[in-house]
Design a protein around this ligand. Structure first.
Ligand code: PHB
Length: 397
């Protein structure tokens, strides 16, 4: 018969993706103990292909907090993007407009850096944990779960952080009468591919065309990431390489620009959803990242928002453990949500400006081109996009 092991910690973190690991890492730097519980294996998280754009503030935090400087050595700094419509490309020059850049560095690499740093620092990160259940989240949190090796465990903590992703268990612990959920569904999705091909462009191309949206991104010299708008019910098995490339060609090629093609290595359909649950705190439970909010991938904000939540929460926890002040914990939800809603708006705006929805009229598409034109032909319009894309300054920075 297995006996239950009981332990205690200061901060219990549910979820060992980038948000949970980053929080655990920052806390460790201030001598604050945490235990991270993650349902998946380290390998499974590492193999999940996710978006690849980091805001300058995210990069700064990774480097300055000592996670790794690999992003600076192996990531690519991007000083702008291209918006392509009516067959022509228009560059949004981030450096010129707002003096900032973003980095192309896949989220899986951010996870790998964080996992390696936590391991090297002796962090208590438990992968393959199942059946997490939390009692007393409001006043005196106790977590029970089955460890990766099958042992029944109990963990008592001062505070719990739910960083358990878009299928969060923790967010459901906030009672219905005290929470509010906001949803938006979109009538399209992205078909994402990884391809064994050289780069078609040095910068990201966001393309609107009469055939639908496409995004040309990169990974390495020899592997590229691309997406095109599709029906959310699309089945990847129905798409062979030729069908994929002819769809992309139709949406992006023209006026001297031609995609460099290669074998398709991976195919996935990504749903589009905007979601927010408020507030981010209930008693001793705090939500961070995808557990509390999801954005459509058009502005690449998901990971950046999660890291911002974690930064604000870390500062609040640090102040609480150093001085006993709960001021930062009390304002965490409002401060984090300020940026969450800006990012919700930006992601929605980029999405609606670049994608035609099924059933749109000719007026809708012509108006969309008017909107794109008003962004690229105005320094104010382009600066607005550049500021949102590269990341707003943190209110507490
Ligand atoms: C990606 O490279 O995966 C990527 C880049 C920009 C986006 C979304 C995804 O807006």
């Amino acid at each position: 018969m297995s006996r239950r092991t009981t332990s205690t910690t200061q901060v219990a973190i549910v979820g060992g993706g980038p948000a949970g690991l980053m929080l655990s890492h920052l806390l460790a730097g201030q001598g604050i103990e945490s235990v991270v519980l993650e349902a998946r294996s380290r390998q499974a998280i590492h193999e999940t292909v996710r978006a690849g754009i980091l805001e300058h503030g995210t990069v700064k935090l990774l480097v300055e907090s000592g996670v790794s400087d690999r992003v600076l050595r192996e990531g690519d700094r991007h000083d702008g993007i291209e918006l392509r419509f009516n067959g022509e490309s228009h560059r949004i020059d981030f450096q010129d407009l707002v003096g900032e850049s973003v980095w192309l560095y896949p989220q899986t690499e951010v996870f790998a850096d964080l996992a390696a740093r936590r391991e090297a620092d002796g962090g208590d990160v438990r992968y393959g944990v199942s059946g997490v259940s939390i009692e007393g989240a409001e006043t005196d949190p106790a977590l029970t779960f089955t460890d990766g090796d099958g042992r029944e465990s109990e963990l008592r903590a001062d505070l719990v952080v739910g960083a358990d992703g878009s299928r969060s268990y923790c967010r459901g612990l906030i009672p219905e009468q005290t929470r509010r959920r906001y949803f938006k569904e979109y009538p399209f999705a992205w078909f994402g591919i990884l391809t064994d091909a050289p780069r078609s462009s040095d910068e990201l191309i966001y393309a609107n065309s009469e055939h639908g949206f496409a995004l040309i991104s990169q990974r390495t010299e020899i592997m590229q990431r691309m997406y095109f708008q599709c029906d959310p019910r699309e089945n990847v098995a129905d798409w062979d390489d030729e069908r994929i490339w002819s769809t992309l060609r139709q949406r992006v090629n023209g006026n001297g620009f031609e995609l460099k093609e290669g074998p398709v290595l991976e195919k996935v359909v990504l749903p589009f959803r905007s979601f927010v649950q408020e507030p981010l705190r209930h008693g001793k439970l705090f939500l961070a990242g995808d557990a509390a909010h999801t954005v459509p991938p058009t502005g690449a904000k998901g990971l950046n928002l999660a890291i911002h939540d974690v930064k604000v929460l870390f500062e609040a926890l640090d102040s609480y453990y150093r001085t006993g002040s709960t001021g930062g914990l009390d304002t965490y939800s409002d401060v984090a949500l300020g940026r969450v809603w800006k990012a919700q708006h930006f992601s929605y705006w980029m999405t609606s400006m670049l994608h035609a929805a099924p059933g749109d009229s000719e007026f809708d598409q012509a108006r969309r081109l008017g909107e794109l034109n008003s962004v690229v032909s105005s320094r104010h319009g382009a600066s607005y996009l550049a500021e949102c894309y590269t990341g707003w300054p943190s209110p507490r920075a």
